[in-house]
Write a protein that binds this ligand. Sequence first.
Ligand code: ASP
Length: 364
Amino acid sequence: MKNAMLSIVAAGLALLVPTTAFADDHMEADAPKWSIAIHGGAGTILPENITPEQRAAYEAALQEALDAGKKVLANGGSAMDAVKAAIIPMEDNPLFNAGRGAVFTWEGKNELDASIMDGRDRSAGAVTGVKTVRNPILLADKVRTDSPHVFLMGEGAEEFAGRQGFEVTPPEWFATEGRRESLERMKARELSALDVDLKFGTVGAVALDQNGDLAAGTSTGGMTGKRWGRIGDAPVIGAGTYADNRSCAVSATGWGEYFIRVGVAQEICTGLRATQTALDLLANPGDPRAIISEAASQRVADAVMEEVKELGGDGGIILATPQGHTIFSFNTAGMYRGRANSEGLNEVAIFGGEEAGTSATPDH
Ligand code: ASP
């Protein structure tokens, strides 16, 4: 297995080799003031697996989420608020596997996971196995702001929610027929969660605000037929979500077990931080080449996703950098995704090879 950290630092050092290839490093003056990226899951999302109507519905839902986040950032709001604003409509939309429309556990329940992280101080909040909170991302943030803890589970998390004034949302709100059928098909034909769903539907957002602060958040129902209290990567800080102003903000979707093993979100941020440290050490003060380029950030993300693939996992990530870049890396056929920035960028895309941050490692 290739060592991702080595390729990462090599990517950083390559920036200092005298070549015009780093022309896009000279971007200080016109760097975006804010930027945001969102995802609604990755997977075997091919044009033949989706009707034109479904495609339009997903694109509209992604744009709605993007618009909610953009509005916060354009008005000078924080990256944290933008991340929450973007995730809430996706949690409420049954198209996605988060909040309403979450997948079912083996026992036929919807158990929700979410996490959020503030790049300013690396404060973080996360919940797992929550059944009665309409927007788990808001509860995760409450854990961050109003508890001495980072990660709460199940009934304890719900008791905390009640004390914080969250309404109890009945289980019917989350349950949808399509997801119930997936569970039944899985049980009847002994399919794996991936065979039955073809895609991961976790939602997430990453953002850079006008203050230069980064934030990341992720929300999910997990994987169809999960049991024995299984927890995926989405609520695990460092695996499904990570934000650090010094390096990046990441939200992931995919086969959670592999993302936990690789520590995907933190690994990408650590890689970028190592790259920046190498550049700072090697460059003369003020050398514009010491700013990590979009291409170098993409390579760092791809190297970590390559590790996931080598171990047998699949999925994707969204990444926001302090330089204002928004990046996607996925090793699945497609990923529901979108991104926007203060310079007028606005893209939503579904399939691999489409414009919005085409994955550098398409597999199909
Ligand atoms: N990563 C999630 C999990 O493993 C699934 C998803 O991305 O949809 O729980």
